[in-house]
Design a binder for this molecule. Structure first.
Ligand code: ADP
Ligand code: MG
Length: 292
């Protein structure tokens, strides 16, 4: 049976936009010593915008973009959706050819076959780091320095296009991190994005440390390592990719705007996507524990 103090904590949190899925999570939240955050969609708004596009050839740019967008249509990744949107805004007509063999590689990108050509769209490691870097040095070396995420498109053995996308930090992120720090709680960012972008976003958010190029299964490893060090660890995330890490934390926290999978896996849901509610919920849990 649930204690009245617990029930009251759950209901006052719910009114405050924080949904606890059970009394045990209220208790656990008061013991948290470190919080790991996903980047895209959690610390950032998760709605990146294409700021630049570079192509290998002057001709055929529209055709390249049409193919890239037609492939990305099959991905639910925020970056993919932004590239589709960017293409729509150019008013290009639909690709006539069929997209075949679409394969999503979690934390990397997507591949497909169009008109017999093999396409790979995603991060540098996924398309081949050396090719990606030499293409980038040729066109725009400083993109990642601006905190932008870079998406490469490779056709057969050649990089044909690169897209730079800029996401914005959530307005409450900096304040939320500062509040956690004030309570002596360590903050870490775990992201699949590249080192430079990770560094810039972590700095903007004021987060203690970050781990870049983090594959979804590596997020789990890092949460477990944090548990060894800090014992009671929370993970905050929004994506399908984050679900295993949410499950491996003492308290998994999902963004209310996040994917269903993240919300189903989490112990706590931030219904209004306001990260500052984490410390408020912690205060409510601590108060409840004192009563009990
Ligand atoms: P994050 O932790 O930032 O949410 P992910 O783990 O989902 O990132 O993906 C890591 C990286 O893989 C992205 O930053 C991007 O470079 C690349 N990527 C993944 N899926 C796609 C896709 N559909 N299109 C383009 N790039 C992708
Ligand atoms: Mg995310």
């Amino acid at each position: 049976s649930i204690m009245p103090a617990t029930l009251s904590a759950i209901s006052s949190s719910a009114k405050n936009g924080v949904l606890f899925k059970g009394g045990v999570h209220v208790e656990n939240l008061s013991h948290i010593k470190a919080v790991a955050f996903d980047k895209t969609g959690t610390l950032t708004n998760g709605k990146p915008v294409v700021t630049e596009a570079f192509y290998k050839e002057k001709d055929n740019q529209n055709q390249t973009l049409k193919i890239v967008a037609a492939i990305e249509k099959y991905s639910t990744h925020p970056l993919a959706q932004s590239i589709v949107q960017f293409t729509k805004e150019k008013g290009l007509d639909e690709l006539a050819s069929e997209v075949l063999d679409m394969t999503t590689i979690s934390g990397n990108g997507i591949s497909a076959v169009v008109d017999g050509d093999h396409w790979k769209i995603g991060k540098a490691d996924f398309v081949g780091k050396e090719d990606a870097m030499s293409f980038l040095h040729g066109v725009a070396n400083n993109l990642a320095n601006e905190g932008k995420t870079i998406v490469f498109a490779k056709k057969n053995n050649e990089i044909t296009a690169v897209f730079a996308l800029k996401d914005t930090i959530r307005k409450d992120a900096k304040n939320a991190i500062a509040l956690l720090k004030k309570h002596g709680i360590t903050t870490v960012m775990l992201t699949g994005d590249n080192e430079l972008t990770a560094k810039i976003i972590a700095k903007e958010a004021g987060i203690d440390s970050y781990i870049a190029n983090c594959l979804p299964e590596e997020k789990v490893t890092h949460v477990k390592q944090l548990r060894e060090k800090y014992k009671n660890v929370s993970m905050v995330g929004d994506g399908i990719n984050d679900a295993p890490a949410l499950a491996s934390a003492n308290v998994g926290i999902a963004m209310g705007e996040g994917t269903d999978v993240a919300m189903e896996t989490a112990d706590v849901v931030l219904m209004k996507n306001d990260l500052t509610k984490i410390t408020e919920a912690m205060a409510i849990s601590t108060k409840m524990n004192k009563i009990i």
